[in-house]
Design a protein around this ligand. Structure first.
Ligand code: HEM
Length: 500
């Protein structure tokens, strides 16, 4: 190896480093990254959202970290509104890499990780169909209450035990609601092996995608997918579990295709979608509709709708067991307005301000979405005058907004009253304005109305029937969250007391 070769070699490295830092300078400020690995050496993998909170105290509400993909983090609500609402179209892209494609059946498929026209068309159809279920015969409310009644039968049995972990009944209930909406049937508690396998696979992929550095490497350098160890742990090992889930969904679609009456009014999402496909086929323009696309949308509903809602309700049980005074006040309001002998309805909500405040505080305190789904800029732009280039990954960190101590004094405390004025009926405007668990703008959660309905109806039914208390000789629940794609509580067995 001659000296001239070494000279060229070091000149290339120097040029690469010069180009790298020139690129870094284009982004909003942040901790100094290293070439190739960015800020990965500083990353707190087990509590990344808390690391972002600390960084925002140093660099302000808009800063950049290199993971190693350049990622602009937004932690302030005004800046988030500027990006996601005022400049909504520019911030509505999604990055496309093998990791974003992990849950996809096709390129740019589904709703969560798709972008451009196919995303708009699939999102519009999904939201329109869900909205239709919520109107007219109020099919959505009916389906939720049906499933909740089967959960009550299951929990009545568990109430005979000295202590019970409510995790399983809640997961089955939320999973069954999604299944009812998508496929028009639900699983029984004693015959649900298929559901358990499906749920376990989903949980494993969720857990591992947030806890492996190899996933970040494949995200930043897609060709790493072909490397033996990084590629295996960063993609293929996870994709194998996703394919099992997809097989389950494809079987379900095929079963519905055999029984659907195309002329009838449809009562589940899969049939509504198949009917739409038939109409489009007759017109000779399928747009972005296909069976593969349908499987992808179903996958998205499961990925986005199951863990989020179930985890929030798990927190409800644990927080109420730890705060018996709040539970008693909540039950008193529900008893006075609805009583114990009829099912609740969404029309009861305006008469239940304290219950609404409990649901709001539950979403704020549980703060389950640790890292938002990354967005991508579709053109060069800026936030608050800070330049952001086209195709830049953006993370609107709603978790920091829900934790803002200037708005929510002592944010660690579970305190529903912070959402109410002194009269106990009027909502505190600022507290409500900062409550953005579903994010904002064009990408705002597509299942928000369903989730709100589930949280309200399930919580009210549970409070009509049961009190959750610390078991005899048991200890108070540990309220420290476990970090993951959603922030979950520690397993806890409470005593479920039947209310007479
Ligand atoms: C407590 C429950 C829930 C919370 C806190 C929640 C939160 C979120 C958040 C933060 C996002 C990302 C928004 C962004 O990219 O800025 C999202 C997206 C989404 N959510 Fe939810 N979600 C919940 C329940 C549901 C349910 C029940 C469904 C449907 C069954 C659902 C379907 C979706 C879909 C399809 C997207 C992607 C939207 C898009 O990219 O256009 N979510 N959700």
């Amino acid at each position: 190896m001659g000296p001239s070769f070494l000279l060229v070699f070091f000149a290339c490295i120097a040029y690469y480093i010069y180009r790298f830092y020139k690129k870094v300078a284009k982004y909003p400020p942040g901790p100094r990254p290293l070439p190739l690995i960015g800020n990965i050496h500083q990353l707190e993998l087990s509590n990344t959202h808390k690391w972002f909170e600390k960084l925002s105290q140093v660099y302000g509400p808009v800063f950049t970290v290199f993971l190693p993909r350049p990622t602009v983090i937004i932690t302030g609500l005004p800046e988030m509104k500027e990006a996601l609402i005022k400049k909504g179209d520019i911030f509505a892209g999604r990055a496309q890499s093998p990791v974003e494609g992990l849950f996809q059946t096709m390129d740019n498929g589904g709703v969560i990780f798709a972008e451009k026209e196919p995303w708009k068309e699939q999102r519009r159809f999904a939201m329109h169909t869900l909205r239709n279920f919520g109107m007219g015969r109020n099919c959505m409310e009916e389906k939720i209450l049906n499933v909740v009644s089967t959960m009550v039968a299951q929990v009545n049995e568990l109430a005979k035990e000295p202590a019970t972990d409510m995790n399983w009944p809640i997961q089955l209930c939320v999973g069954n609601i999604i299944n009812e909406l998508l496929l028009d049937y639900h699983f029984e508690a004693d015959d649900c092996a298929k559901f358990v396998e499906f749920k376990n696979n989903l949980e494993r992929v969720f857990h591992l995608t947030r806890n492996r550095t190899s996933v970040l490497l494949v995200q930043a350098y897609p060709w790493f997918i072909n490397l033996p160890i990084v590629g295996h742990y960063g993609y293929w090992d996870l994709r194998k579990d996703v394919l099992v889930i997809l097989d389950f969904l494809r079987d379900e679609i095929n079963a519905n295709k055999k029984t659907i009456d195309y002329n009838a009014e449809q009562t589940c999402f899969v049939n509504a979608y198949l009917q739409e496909m038939k109409k489009k086929e007759e017109k000779g323009d399928m747009g972005s509709f296909s069976e593969l696309q349908l499987a992808n949308v179903l996958m998205d509903f499961w990925v986005a709708g199951m863990e989020t809602t179930a985890t929030t309700l798990r927190w409800a049980v644990i927080l109420l067991a730890a705060h018996p005074d709040i539970q008693t006040k909540l039950q008193a309001e529900i008893d006075a307005v609805i009583g114990k002998d009829r099912l609740p309805s969404m029309s009861d909500k305006p008469n239940l301000p304290y219950t609404s405040a409990v649901v709001m505080e539950l979403q704020r305190k549980s703060n389950i979405v640790t890292l938002n789904v990354p967005h991508k800029t579709t053109q060069d732009t800026d936030i608050g005058g800070l330049f952001i280039p086209k195709d830049c990954t953006i993370l609107p960190q709603v978790s920091t907004v829900l934790d803002n101590p200037d708005v929510y004094v002592n944010p660690e405390r579970f305190d529903p009253e912070r959402f109410l004025e002194a009269d106990g009926k009027t909502f505190n405007k600022t507290a409500v304005d900062y409550l953005v668990p579903f994010s904002l703008g064009k990408r705002q959660c597509a299942g928000e109305s369903l989730a709100r309905m589930e949280l309200f109806l399930i919580l009210v039914v549970l409070m009509q029937h049961y009190s959750f208390v610390v078991p005899e000789n048991g200890s108070l629940p540990d309220l420290t969250p476990i970090y993951g794609i959603t922030q979950v509580p520690h397993a806890y067995e409470c005593k479920v007391q039947l209310r007479s």
